[in-house]
Design a protein around this ligand. Structure first.
Ligand code: NAD
Length: 359
């Protein structure tokens, strides 16, 4: 029995998770043994329990093989004390499950090349995987805070990586490259930051175990430039937490829509949290405008990385491609003048394509 915790969250989260669950239902009807349990997280959990990650939700996630996560946050929660903000719930969940490796594919579906902010000839066929370290770096480093020094406020954080943290995510990056085109580009800022000099040294050491993978290194400022200049030069990009946060959002824009991109966050036991890379999109929540494809593709990643059913992952991905090829577009991926479908209609179309593609 596959046990999946379902955490819809806030804003468009519940709308798009509902579409992914419809897709899952098709597979269940075909005989897949899967059990889903829904839990509260983010603002929805703050409203109910005053805590963005209640103990019951954490326990549910700990006892599940995988977590299907929607999105969290919203303007209503922005003025809460930091510990109660929805984002803290997600950060705590990542830390508690030790989800140290974040996988973010940035792929341009041929049908959507014209929707990219870049010229179609620059992005057509783009297929990058960003492997981002997720539980270390300046986001978690201590000491941190805002203090008074000589009568003025001073803000400070600590950028810190241990050798072991770098090594384990480097292994994930090299293994991913091995399953793809065999090229890994590691990103750092070793000319200025000592912690990233160590990053480069350790990645180079780990490379000795992967002689079949071609390793290159790039400074983060250059990587940001190369991603818009010539993104297809990359296969797998390996980054620390903060650099990956920024570069993966940049990469998402290459693909035409933030509403298309899934992600996986994995721990050493293969447990994973699967979520779209976008947020809760409060500006469009509740209006049937959200694109559910990133959420549905997150479900596909779940089958690939936490359940060892790459066949089901491929079927879901194929159903999404067929749906796009049939011309269905939510507003975010439609070109001017193109007909637009709702969140539910897009989900229905994927369900239909998936059911047709029954092996
Ligand atoms: P966002 O990703 O929610 O939205 C950015 C823009 O993209 C908006 O115009 C939105 O309408 C659009 N968009 C996002 N997803 C879409 C989809 N599936 N279909 C169509 N359009 C889509 O980012 P934001 O507006 O900066 O943040 C909104 C809230 O989400 C904030 O509270 C933020 O903290 C939170 N957030 C949560 C996560 C997460 O849950 N992991 C990630 C990022 C931001």
């Amino acid at each position: 029995m596959i046990r999946i915790a379902v955490l819809p969250g806030d804003g468009i989260g519940p709308e798009i998770v509902a579409e992914a669950l419809k897709v899952l239902e098709v597979l269940r009807a075909e005989g897949l043994a899967v059990e889903t349990t829904t839990g509260l997280v983010g603002g929805a959990a703050v409203d109910a329990h005053g805590d963005p990650l209640p103990d019951t939700t954490l326990a549910l996630c700990q006892s599940s093989q995988a977590i299907l996560f929607g999105a969290i946050g919203g303007p209503r929660y922005d003025t809460l004390p930091r510990e109660q903000r929805p984002e803290r719930g997600l950060l705590r969940l990542r830390k508690a499950l030790d989800l140290f490796a974040n996988l973010r594919p940035a792929q341009v579906f041929p049908q959507l090349a014209a929707a990219s902010a870049l010229k179609p000839e620059v992005v057509a066929g783009l297929d990058i995987l960003i492997v981002r370290e997720l539980t270390g770096d300046i986001y978690f480093g201590e000491p941190r805070g805002i203090r008074i020094e000589q009568g003025q406020r001073v803000g400070f954080n600590t950028m810190i990586y241990s050798e072991a943290e770098i090594r384990r995510v480097a292994h994930v990056g090299f293994q991913a490259a091995r399953r793809r085109q065999g090229r890994l580009c590691s990103v750092d800022k070793m000319n200025v930051l000592e912690s990233t000099q160590l990053w480069r040294d350790v990645v180079t050491e780990v490379h000795a175990e992967y002689p079949d993978v071609a390793l290159s290194h790039m400074l983060v400022d250059n990587a940001a430039m190369q991603l818009v200049r010539n993104p297809r030069q990359f296969d797998v990009l390996l980054t620390g937490n903060i650099f990956g946060d920024i570069l993966s959002d940049e990469a998402s824009m290459l693909t035409g829509s933030i509403g298309m991109l899934p992600s996986a966050s994995l721990n050493a036991a293969g447990q994973g949290l699967y979520e779209p890379i976008h947020g809760s999109a409060p500006d469009i929540a509740g209006r049937g405008l959200a694109n559910p494809l990133a959420q549905i593709l997150s479900l596909a990643m779940l089958f690939r990385h936490s359940v060892d059913r790459p066949d089901l992952a491929a079927r879901i991905e194929r159903a999404v491609e067929q749906t796009l090829a049939a011309g269905l577009r939510t507003a975010d991926i439609a070109l001017p003048g193109e007909a637009v479908v709702s969140t539910v209609q897009m989900g229905d179309a994927v369900v239909h394509a998936l059911a047709q593609g029954h092996p």
